[in-house]
Design a protein around this ligand. Sequence first.
Ligand code: OGA
Ligand code: NI
Length: 379
Amino acid sequence: MSPGMTIFSEDIKRDDDDIENQFLKGVKQLVDNGLHMVPKKYILPPSERPAKNTEDSNFGKQNLQLPIIDFSDLIGPNRPQVLQSLANACERYGFFQVVNHGISEDVINNMMDVCGNFFDLPFEERGKYMTSDMRAAVRYGTSFSQTKDKVFCWRDFLKLICHPLPDYLPHWPDSPVDLRKVAATYAEETKHLFLRLMEAIVESLGIVESNKEEKDNLIKELEDGSQLMAANFYPPCPQPDLTLGMPPHSDYGFLTLLLQDEVEGLQVQFQEQWFTVQPINNTFVVNVGDHLEIYSNGKYKSVLHRVLVNSSKRRRSIASLHSISFNSTVRPSPTLIDKANPKRYADTDFETFLAYISTNETKRKSFLESRKLTSILLD
Ligand code: OGA
Ligand code: NI
């Protein structure tokens, strides 16, 4: 090869790297710099796009009214009915919405605002927290997995590890100035709500009647368990039919408590079709994660969901993901296993999950699939 050729190909390589670096700064940065078309990097193959054709089940034009759980009714004479509704919701939809949850409007609005303000900071400020280290106390990034996604999705995120709070809080961003205080309050209050919901859910599985000790132990493990908050930011997208804010995935953990702003975008899969979850002010959308599906031995479902983007409005959401601690093992509840109902999932822990996602390109629902036992069982 002539020297000229070498320089030429290096130039091209440098251009490619520049473009790649642009993408790695996130979608907000792209949009802020002015954009009329979706770059190739974000264009999904036609079969994975949120198709426009309303005949196509992939579009999910219809809304789905998820069951509504009145949290205040868990205390008092209606508890049995609420537990029944919870059981139905977790079995049928893997999703429900919680109203009268006791978290004040101020705590919710402050959290939504402060996270939105974080994404409005100059890139240099946000970029300080970019890392591929999944264990970092703070992680700012873009897409779903920016190191592995071939096609990027239209989402930037800020992830905060929350437990134990005194260890992690000093590492959280100190700009915007009130972020630490607001996010710490939000983390504590969602953790409390999560624990009360889990008590009810464990009871709804019939575990308390037959094995109160198991319930107490699980709740204790969850109290000291992991909590990760992800603030998601979806800027307006010039061609929303070509891409997704988040690809279909299920959540790691026992439960995710999701707060969405007033802009719709979240879709859940129900009977093999996509349905939009209409935002309701001051309401948490709660979903069963992989760990609860495993713990319930498959009774409660960790369901695929995804996020659509739109051309006119930015969308914000905050997901709070909860599980047992990173070095504990999740296994099907022994109380739910017998001859008629054998163990359906292999035991799993966070290390197994990390090892799995580091070797597999598409994690999506496949991690949970990988834990399923198909025939007669291991241990
Ligand atoms: C998630 C998630 C949905 C949304 O963070 O895991 O599914 O509406 N978010 O942002
Ligand atoms: Ni999710």
